[in-house]
Design a binder for this molecule. Structure first.
Ligand code: FAD
Length: 385
């Protein structure tokens, strides 16, 4: 009879839970990874798939660098849809140019490859950019992009094929999790029960099923993002992660630059900033381009983020995108909303219950970039204690 006891159970098979399970499997533990849906379908599949350590600060930069290498290593062994086309930040005015140069200096000091590109160099690589928008670019050739709608499915297949000590079970909503007799017992909504020495909960932005009382007081915020996708344009020269002026005014790595605090928001960007809009482009493998995104926030336990798509936000994003690239031939094919959780004062939320149940969530907008690196450290610490 199959034993239902494990060294470690991980609840939630988004990118954060899956990489926790991966690292525990590398450490030879007997792991059960449980997912409530038929396939993960939350933030991990709704995002851009930009793996951009260059946008992260402090330890998260290092987690991102580690994750990029791990993605490349797995890709060399098994196709998970990772492509190395680099990331570029495009500056459109003096302030944004200044930030590019300051970030380049910081990256040089870290020994992380970065190149300033002139307008001409940018245009020869990405000819659809408008020359009047593109003053300069900062290019990170080592960075990669993922296909978010398939990455996690390939990664789960890879993990279950590579590790005989890792079991993955979908369609399993865990509705109870408690410490009993020096082990943790988890019970699914279908009445299945499992036990483990330890449990890690990577529940993303699902806060109503497990420990709702803790999450209500946690200060966690859910961010709702709107995203657009064009019809496929396989010949379009727009490879890599394309990040633009408003991103330099938003990402953590730029916040660390000396000029960041002095930079004012020009009047024409104010409404975009009010909706948390910054424009990113990511050409997917089928040639469609993902364009986004916006940010609206609600506090867990107080409000719901809502499911509707606000057309005004989509119009603002499309108009700003058209200022950056030539979109005359572009046709919209899809629009959706994605949700991730974050904490206003913490880079991630870590809650430990009796040193056996370990909640790891609210990684924010950096999960595709840094989960693989963060999870390595997190698993080491959880298994050691
Ligand atoms: C629109 C958008 C764009 C983004 N773009 C980028 C980007 O380009 N680069 C980047 O680095 N990051 C990006 N992010 C952020 C990134 O997608 C997230 O940080 C990351 O996916 C979070 O992963 P997660 O595993 O914590 O959460 P999730 O993906 O939400 O996964 C949590 C999983 O847990 C499961 N679960 C929850 N409760 C239970 C339970 N009780 N029992 C069983 N299963 C349970 C859920 O079903 C879900 O599958 C973006 C996010 C969004 C929304």
């Amino acid at each position: 009879m199959k034993s239902n006891h494990y060294d470690l159970i991980v609840i939630g098979a988004g990118v954060l839970g899956t990489f926790h399970a991966y690292h525990a499997a590398v450490a030879n533990k007997k792991i059960l990874l449980l997912e409530k849906d038929q396939q993960p379908m939350q933030a991990t599949v709704r995002n851009f798939g930009q793996v951009v350590p260059s946008g992260m600060s402090n330890d998260w930069f290092q987690f991102g660098v580690y994750a990029t290498q791990l993605y490349k290593t797995i890709q060399a062994d098994y196709n998970i849809g990772i492509r190395q086309n680099g990331s570029v930040y495009i500056a459109s005015d003096d302030d944004e140019q200044q930030l590019l140069h300051e970030l380049k200096q910081r990256m040089d000091a870290r020994g992380y490859e970065a190149h300033i590109l002139t307008t001409q160099q940018c245009l020869s690589r990405w000819p659809v950019l408008h020359p009047e928008y593109c003053r300069e670019g900062l290019f990170f050739p080592q960075e990669v992009s993922a296909e978010p709608n398939v990455l996690i499915h390939y990664l789960l297949k890879y993990c279950t094929q590579r590790f005989s000590n890792l079991t993955y079970q979908n369609y399993t909503t865990i509705q109870a999790c408690e410490v009993l007799n020096n082990q943790v017992k988890v019970v699914s909504s279908a009445g299945q029960s499992f036990t483990a020495h330890k449990v890690i909960i990577c529940n993303g932005s699902e806060f109503k099923i497990l420990f709702a009382d803790i999450f209500e007081k946690s200060g966690i915020v859910i961010s709702k993002l709107q995203m657009l996708r064009t019809q496929p344009m396989p010949a379009l020269p727009l490879e890599g992660n394309i990040l633009t002026g408003l991103t330099t005014r938003r990402y953590e790595s730029f916040e660390e630059c000396p000029s960041f605090s002095k930079i004012k928001t020009p009047a024409h960007l104010q409404e975009l900033k009010n909706w948390g809009i910054h424009i990113l482009f990511k050409k997917a493998m089928d040639g469609s381009v993902i364009v986004g995104d916006s940010h609206e926030y609600v506090e867990v336990g107080k409000e719901e983020p809502g499911y509707e798509i606000n057309q005004h936000i989509n119009n603002l994003m499309w108009q700003e995108a058209a200022r950056i690239v030539d979109m005359k031939e572009w046709k919209l094919s899809a629009a959706w909303a994605g949700y991730y959780s974050q904490h206003p004062q913490k880079d991630i939320v870590e809650i430990d219950i009796e040193n056996r149940i370990h909640i790891r969530t609210a990684i924010g907008g950096k999960g595709m970039t840094s989960s693989a690196g963060y999870a390595q450290k997190s698993v080491q610490q959880i298994l050691r204690d």
